[in-house]
Design a binder for this molecule. Structure first.
Ligand SMILES: [Fe+2]
Length: 198
């Protein structure tokens, strides 16, 4: 008898290193810091101690807009949508997490896909940790699995990804996540965004 293990209904999280990110890295980071200088208080959402921009962008972002849109398109291209699918950028914001800051667990309501373009990621500046949305209903099934089974199937309570500068990450907006504390001695800079999929 053939044995099959059907891993049903997975959540698709795509990460892609952008090989040409070095071309825009300095400029994008400088832009993020300009926004922060002009609005030092920033916005308060999931950021604890870190700085969160508004969803508005100034003319200084224009030179990077095309690059960012292209990067998002590349990541979306890996998702496997059919050719009729329409993807629309809903909003986009910067987060600067200085040492000791983090983002509490949250999800992104009102959009379908969310993502992060990692602009500056020092070592140990905080993983993004996704939470299994069946962590309650399947608690006993998950807890009792062998470690090797958990590793193979990703049937775990959570899954942690260590980002790198120049990486773009895409995930379903309903997937709860947190950003761990930045335990490095440098800032961590990201550009986050939401997409609508129709
Ligand atoms: Fe988020």
């Amino acid at each position: 008898m053939d044995f099959h293990r059907h891993l049903l209904f997975p959540s698709q999280v795509v990460s892609l290193p952008l090989d040409n990110f070095y071309l825009v890295q300095t400029g994008i980071n400088a832009y993020a810091y300009t926004l922060k200088e002009n609005d030092p208080q920033g916005q308060h959402f999931t950021n604890r101690g870190g700085w969160h921009s508004t969803f508005e962008h100034t003319e200084d972002f224009v030179p990077y807009e095309k690059y960012v849109q292209g990067a998002i398109q590349k990541a979306v291209g890996l998702y496997g949508f059919n050719s009729e699918t329409q993807i629309e950028l809903a909003n986009m914001w910067f987060i600067i997490n200085s040492p000791g800051t983090f983002n509490v667990s949250h999800l992104h309501p009102s959009s379908n896909l969310s993502g992060v373009l990692y602009c500056k990621v020092p070592r140990n500046s905080g993983n993004i940790v996704f939470e299994n949305d069946r962590v309650f209903s399947e608690a006993n099934l998950l807890t009792n699995l062998l470690p090797e089974m958990q590793a193979e199937t990703k049937m775990t309570h959570s899954f942690s990804i260590t980002p790198k500068s120049g990486m773009i990450l895409l995930f379903p907006s309903h997937l709860r996540h947190e950003v761990q504390e930045n335990t490095s001695d440098e800032d961590r800079v990201v550009l986050s965004f939401n997409l609508n999929v129709r």
